[in-house]
Design a protein around this ligand. Structure first.
Ligand SMILES: CC(C)(COP(=O)(O)OP(=O)(O)OC[C@H]1O[C@@H](n2cnc3c(N)ncnc32)[C@H](O)[C@@H]1OP(=O)(O)O)[C@@H](O)C(=O)NCCC(=O)NCCS
Length: 216
């Protein structure tokens, strides 16, 4: 069991909910359950935890508990009209964050274990400038994992707007003590090179949590 991680990482108009996926029994609506029919138990558990978190958070914004969170062919969640959100899960923790599209243009969240980013992934995930910076740090592996998590959160935030897959070198992360800026290095939908998505992160209880949002 972890303390909630995301509330302080996102603005006041965003509702968040977090659970241990092992504690979620059932919880899927019929149309949601059909999306993971035949999937492995761990996957069903994590998918269910994400949907339960998402619907609980939407409930606080007035959405009926019977409104499903479906999934597109691109695997992105389909939020009810007028709402936007993001889901992330690990083996031990799951979170969803949602907001009204009148308040927030888009948002993205990501959870990772705070184990160091594998050396073999470093080149794929980090740009030459990011790698050069990491080499100057005492714990480059864990910081590399934060860059990875920030990029995943940014990916989920930009996707509903651009509808484009982006490789890890598409943005470069400038990391502060608790915040980050993701600078686009290429065009993606209405994002231009030099555009910035700002976010916040924390490392706590074996997890990295990263979140970003685009204000209206
Ligand atoms: C899609 C992706 C971001 C998911 O991240 P992950 O760390 O593997 O897994 P998480 O548990 O954090 O997130 C999974 C959730 O992401 C959401 N998701 C999947 N595709 C998505 C998309 N295109 N846009 C927004 N959210 C998406 C789903 O809700 C999914 O959970 P669900 O299937 O239970 O609904 C990742 O697998 C991926 O494809 N990354 C490559 C692209 C990238 O990150 N580029 C970085 C440059 S900006």
């Amino acid at each position: 069991m972890h303390q909630p991680l995301f509330k302080g990482l996102l603005g006041p108009q965003v509702e968040t909910e977090e659970v241990d996926p092992h504690t979620v029994q059932g919880g899927l609506l019929k149309s949601e359950a059909a999306l993971v029919d035949g999937a492995a138990q761990t996957r069903v558990e994590q998918f269910a935890a994400g949907r339960v978190c998402g619907r609980t958070a939407l409930g606080r914004l007035g959405v009926a508990a019977t409104t499903p969170i479906l999934r597109g062919e691109d695997r992105a969640p389909i939020w009810p009209n007028g709402f936007i959100g993001s889901i992330s899960h690990t083996d031990t923790w799951c979170a969803a964050a949602v907001a009204r599209t009148d308040d927030v243009r888009s948002l993205g969240i990501d959870l990772e274990s705070s184990t160091p980013l594998k050396e073999t992934l470093l080149k794929r995930v980090c740009t030459p400038k990011e790698r050069a910076w990491l080499r100057t740090l005492p714990a480059p592996g864990v910081t590399g994992k934060i860059l990875f998590s920030a990029k995943e959160a940014v990916y989920k935030c930009q996707y509903p707007l651009s509808k484009q897959f982006l490789g890890f070198h598409a943005v470069e992360i400038e990391l502060g003590d608790e915040s980050f800026e993701a600078v686009f290095r290429q065009e993606a939908g209405w994002f231009k090179p030099g555009d910035v998505i700002s976010g916040r992160y924390l490392v706590e209880e074996g997890l990295v949590a990263a979140a970003c949002e685009l204000a209206r």
